[in-house]
Write a protein that binds this ligand. Sequence first.
Ligand code: ADP
Length: 261
Amino acid sequence: MTQHKIEISGVSKWFRRNGEEIAAMRETNLSIEAGRFVSIIGPSGCGKSTLFNIIAGLMPPSTGKVLADGENIIGKTGYVGYMLQKDMLLPWRTILDNIILGMEVRGVPYQEAVRRALPLMEKYGLKGFDKHYPKELSGGMRQRAALLRTLLYDRDIILLDEPFGALDAQTRLTMQNWLLQIWQDFGKTVLFVTHDIDEAIYLSDDIYVFSSRPGRIKSKITVTMDRPRKTEDMTSPAFMELKHHLMDLLSAGHEEEPISS
Ligand code: ADP
């Protein structure tokens, strides 16, 4: 079963640490429409990964609901594809065997999985690397492999938690264009976490700005720049205007918020 739209309503999260309740995320409502590229940007510790873990069904929220096409998916894994900053490739498996892992988990027979994976590897920059091991690849190549694995898990919604955070600036630009190409080709709905304002603007249709912990949505910004976007767009006046706006929003929220218990 595929899911197109995710609605998050009234979701909040507290953790109990040393007998004390710590608020990680205040009540959050957001709706992710099919096919959109949506980014979340905010300071470290504002609850972005917590929100992703809740959407992915890996962690229950303290309050609220997560609906996928109207069905409550709290505590249910497998409704969305999820990729972390760290590529999480298994070092003892070849790149091909890593890429087909998601399909394997879903019960696709090995030969069929290989038949689906190889053309994508060829098209998306991993041609000839099927028998290599992760340690033989650059950081950017490993992220390509991890993302192809997430894509082949074949969910309509994919969560990407700072996938390019550890890459150098040049590789990051290449990977951003690569991701936009994939997003266009596959028509997935993407929810993307980043710390990087340029990256958020360049990639997104919508940007949610989170406050510092306990996180809450401070603003939603819609990026109307034409697609396909090009690297040069990052220096256009429209881009700069949005960037200043986001910088203001982020710096305004940087004073420490009191921790409610
Ligand atoms: P982000 O991804 O935005 O950096 P996280 O979602 O990882 O933020 O964390 C949000 C807040 O919740 C942080 O202050 C973090 O210390 C706290 N937190 C996260 N996981 C736990 C946990 N398992 N136990 C206690 N506190 C946690």
